[in-house]
Design a protein around this ligand. Structure first.
Ligand code: ZN
Ligand code: ZN
Length: 375
């Protein structure tokens, strides 16, 4: 039995024993260290990590067979092995081939076996762990809720951790039992010539335990599909078509794997008046010609109630005026585009006044048109 992890770890150093330590010494060292570093008693931040390492080292070294294999791997690694080359293994198999990537620590082999050797008390076997699927759903938000952020409740039918067995798959009051095929090891060993290969146990899928009395609500899978209400916090300024990722709210993992994520695609309802330009909110403001020409104070609606905007004297149509802080909170403004209204129906009095104005006003400047086109 072999693992890439074994290449990189010094289990003797972890237990503080020499390489020729007796079984008894290994056991003594383990008991002392396990007591010292048990996370229930040791408040140090790394106590759990240390305790796991100690358990792992012990689980390998206290067993003659696995200790022998570990020693062999260390020998091959250091090139002191009896097989000829630094990385040569029996039959000419290269260790890099065997382990995918001997130096890097990633690759199919180590993924398959990573964390499998937890073994001893206090650690959890997670060899067959599979991350749960990501789930997808949609939500439609009002314009203002998207700008300002909101909390919304989503109703969806989706798989989640079974509430009866809390994901263990075992009937309440019972617990999964040690797998009879691998004796809880999570691995079965297959001999092929000079080599023995370990594979995740097919009976328990590498978990080391089997459910003999399955939970009646989930049939032993640890997951049930139910109508769920999920609270989604929508960040201020989210845009139409964007996706919110809720980590760990997707389908539950299998065999101790982490849950997937929930991806919520956002649709934002359009608003009859307001629109978005990034973090800014935009609005068109109709003003009369006299207001634009003479200047005026005009009431402008915002998502948080009206503000009074000063339209400066001589403001042309299409000019954008800015109301600070009335866009996405802390990020955007309200951009007000001035829209000079041309009256379509005039009273006799208004017409007379306009004609008077036309006679007194300067003509529109069309010199540019002539200059550029010669027409
Ligand atoms: Zn269940
Ligand atoms: Zn098994």
């Amino acid at each position: 039995m072999a693992s890439q992890e074994w290449l990189e770890k010094d289990f003797y150093a972890v237990l503080g024993v020499p390489q020729d330590a007796s079984k008894k010494d290994i056991e003594k060292a383990y008991r002392k260290l396990a007591r010292e570093w048990h996370p229930d008693h040791n408040p140090a931040a790394d106590a759990e990590e240390r305790f796991k390492g100690i358990s792992e080292a012990y689980s390998v070294l206290h067993d003659d067979k696995s200790r022998g294999e570990y020693d062999q791997i260390q020998l091959m690694k250091s090139g002191r092995g009896g097989f000829g080359g630094a990385h040569a293994a029996p039959g000419g198999i290269n260790l890099e081939d065997l382990f995918g990537n001997a130096g890097g620590g990633s690759g199919g082999f180590s993924d398959l076996f990573g964390g499998l050797f937890g073994g001893g008390s206090g650690t959890r076997r997670r060899s067959g762990a599979v991350r749960g699927n990501d789930l997808r759903t949609n939500v439609t938000l009002d314009f203002a809720d998207a700008v300002k952020g909101s909390t919304t409740e989503l109703r969806m039918r989706a798989p989640g951790e079974c509430e009866t067995c809390h994901g263990s798959g075992a009937k309440p009051g019972t617990s999964p039992t040690t797998c009879p095929r691998c004796n809880g090891r999570g691995l079965v060993t297959e001999n092929q010539g000079a080599f023995s290969f370990a594979q995740p146990c097919p009976e328990c899928e590498g978990t080391g335990t089997v459910v003999t009395d399955p939970c009646p609500d989930c049939g032993g899978t640890g997951a049930t599909t139910k109508d769920r209400v999920i609270t989604v916090r929508v960040p201020a300024g989210i845009g139409d078509g964007q996706t919110i990722r809720l980590a760990g709210r997707g389908a539950p993992g299998e065999r101790g794997g982490p849950a997937g994520d929930l991806l919520v695609r956002v649709t934002v309802r359009s608003h009859p008046l307001f629109a978005r330009d990034g973090d800014n909110v935009t609005v068109r403001l109709p003003v009369s010609f006299p207001e634009a020409a003479l200047g005026a104070k005009v009431k402008v609606p915002t998502l948080d109630g009206p503000v009074t905007l000063k339209v400066p004297e001589g403001t042309p149509t299409g000019r954008v005026l800015r109301v600070k802080g009335r866009g996405v909170p802390g990020k955007g403004d309200l951009l007000v585009t001035v829209d000079v209204d041309v009256p379509t129906a005039l009273t006799a009095e208004a017409r007379e006044a306009l004609e008077k104005y036309a006679a007194a006003a300067p003509a529109a400047d069309r010199s540019k048109l002539e200059e550029l086109t010669g027409q």
